[in-house]
Every structure is written in C-alpha cells, then in structure tokens.
Write a protein that binds this ligand. Structure first.
Ligand code: H2B
Length: 97
C-alpha cells in the first residue's frame, strides 16, 4: 500500500532534499562525488536496490554529479517508497564520502 504524502511531510523526514521546481509532486537532490567512477558506482549499487524494490529513480549524470528526482508514478506523487529510496541513497553517499 502506497500513500501519497504531503511534500512537507516527506521532506521533513530527509535532509538535503527539496521539492521539484517544475510543479511535479517529486523530491530532488544533487549528489557530487569525487569522480565519475564513484558517481557511476553509486548509480550501479542504487540501481540494484531499486530493481529489487521495483521502485526506480529518475536521474541525470554528468561526470561526478548525479541529479536525482523521486516520485511514485502509480500514486501521483511522493510516497514512503520515495523516502525509503532517498534514505538508501543518502546512506550510500555518506559511505562513499
Ligand atoms: C509495473 C511496475 O510495478 C511499476 O511501473 C513501477 C516500476 N517502478 C516505479 N518507479 C517509480 N519511481 N514509480 C513508480 O510508480 C514505479 N512503478
């Protein structure tokens, strides 16, 4: 069961995430890593977890930067699935430094 959350509620459970600026009911964060290999390693590890959870990020990578947008299409907005994926990303990013 996935429930659409108020954006403020979702953002209150995370740090460094913001509401999408294009009016989409989505949350965004830009990660910056040391180099491309680290950024791509981050994406690769998250892709495996996303596939397992059947919940996938929208993201854009240039060199060491990964811009992420999370939303739940099926629910028309941000849900606990997005919070969970965001937390996994934050944990891995902290580990990668
Ligand atoms: C059929 C399949 O379960 C759905 O398309 C899943 C796949 N991955 C998804 N990812 C995201 N971010 N939102 C979804 O609503 C979604 N739905």
């Amino acid at each position: 069961m996935t429930t659409k959350l108020e954006l403020d509620t979702a953002l209150g459970q995370l740090s460094g995430w913001t509401a999408a600026e294009d009016g989409k009911h989505a949350i965004c964060k830009t990660y910056k890593f040391e180099d491309f290999a680290t950024a791509f390693g981050f994406m690769s590890a998250i892709a495996t977890q996303a596939e397992k959870a059947d919940h996938h990020p929208e993201w854009f990578n240039v060199y060491n930067k990964v811009e992420v947008t999370l939303t739940t299409h099926d629910a028309g907005g941000v849900t606990e699935k997005d919070i969970s994926l965001a937390q996994k990303m934050d944990a891995l990013s902290a580990k990668l430094g």
